[in-house]
Write a protein that binds this ligand. Structure first.
Ligand SMILES: [Zn+2]
Length: 287
C-alpha cells in the first residue's frame, strides 16, 4: 500500500510517498519510499502523547542490565579509541551516565547532556553535566567525538539535531550513533519487537536510512555494523510463546524450537550481522 499525503511527509527527505511499515498498538508507522526511514505521521504523534511508558526511566530496571550494557559500551569505546585516544567528548542523552562514566574511566574529558534521568553513575566524577536537551545545549568545547547512543529514535526534528551535532563537533570530529534496526531478523520473527517502543520512539531506522541521513547532512560514514546480544534476542523471541495458555504445551514448543533454531542462529549470527540484520545499528561518521 502506498500513501501519498502531504500530512505524512518524510521528516528527513520530505518525500510525500510512504507505505505502511507496521501497526504497533494501533499506531501506524510509515516507511518513506525514498530514504526508507520509519516515522509516525501527525495523527500517530498525537496518539503517542496519550501513551505512558513506566519502566524507561526506572533505575532499578536499568541496574539489572548494567553488566550487559557496560560490555556493549566498552566495545564501542574500543572502536572509538582507534580514531581518538583521549579528547573532549560529548554524551548526548546520557541517561543514568553509564557510558559517560566508562568514557571518563578510559581517559576522555567528558561532557554529559541529559534532560530527564538522574546521572547516578557520575556521582563524584569530574564530568561536566548539563541538565538540558540537545536543542537547548549551547556549550561549545570543540568536541572530538559526540555519542548518540539509543537517542536518535527519540528526536522529532532530525535534520535540525544533526545540524546542531555538526556545529558542536571539531573539524574532523566523529559522531557515534547506536539505534535499533527495524530491518533486523528480530523484527521479522518476534511478534512484539520491544524496540518498536511506540510510547517513546518517533523514528525507526535500518542501515540504509541511517547512512542516507548522515550523507544528506554531509557526514562521511566510516564504520557501519549491526549486532545484538543474546539476552535481548531471547527476551524478544520468548514473547512469541506468551499467547500459548497451556504451560506444558508452551514448554514443549519452546524446547523443540530452541533445540533446532538456536544452534542455527548462533552459527549464522555473524553472517546475519554482516548482511545488516542485527537488532542494533552502530555507525561512526566523520564531519
Ligand atoms: Zn525520506
Amino acid at each position: 500500500m502506498t500513501k501519498k499525503d502531504t500530512d505524512c511527509r518524510c521528516p528527513v527527505c520530505f518525500f510525500d510517498q510512504s507505505q505502511l511499515l507496521v501497526l504497533v498498538r494501533s499506531i501506524p508507522i510509515y516507511q518513506c519510499q525514498h530514504c526508507q526511514i520509519g516515522y509516525l505521521d501527525k495523527r500517530g504523534l498525537k496518539k503517542q502523547r496519550k501513551l505512558k511508558s513506566n519502566t524507561f526511566y526506572d533505575f532499578s530496571q536499568y541496574l539489572i542490565q548494567e553488566e550487559r550494557l557496560r560490555r556493549r559500551f566498552r566495545k564501542i569505546i574500543s572502536l572509538v579509541k582507534k580514531i581518538n585516544q583521549n579528547g573532549q567528548v560529548l554524551d548526548v542523552g546520557a541517561g543514568f551516565g553509564l557510558l559517560a562514566r566508562e568514557l571518563y574511566l578510559h581517559g576522555y574529558q567528558v561532557t554529559a547532556v541529559e534532560p530527564k534521568s538522574r546521572l547516578e553513575y557520575l556521582k563524584g566524577l569530574k564530568v561536566k553535566i548539563f541538565r538540558t536537551s540537545l536543542e537547548n545545549f549551547s556549550k561549545k568545547d570543540n568536541y572530538q567525538v559526540i555519542f548518540l547512543i539509543d537517542v536518535l529514535e527519540h528526536f522529532s526534528n532530525l535534520n535540525k539535531a544533526l545540524a546542531k551535532i555538526k556545529d558542536l563537533l571539531a573539524d574532523g570530529g566523529v559522531v557515534v550513533i547506536q539505534t535499533p534496526n527495524y530491518r533486523s531478523l528480530m523484527t521479522r520473527i518476534c511478534r512484539n519487537w520491544s524496540w518498536w517502543f511506540i510510547e517513546e520512539h518517533k523514528l525507526f531506522f535500518n542501515p540504509i536510512s541511517l547512512a542516507f541521513l548522515l550523507k544528506k547532512n554531509s557526514f562521511e560514514v566510516i564504520h557501519l555494523e549491526t549486532y545484538e546480544d543474546l539476552f535481548e534476542f531471547k527476551k524478544n523471541f520468548d514473547g512469541n510463546f506468551a499467547s500459548i495458555k497451556s504451560s506444558w504445551l508452551r514448554k514443549i514448543l519452546k524446547l523443540v524450537v530452541y533445540s533446532f533454531f538456536f544452534p542455527c542462529y548462533l552459527v549464522f549470527r555473524p553472517i546475519l550481522y554482516r548482511l545488516g540484520f542485527g537488532g542494533l545499528i552502530l555507525i561512526l561518521a566523520k564531519k
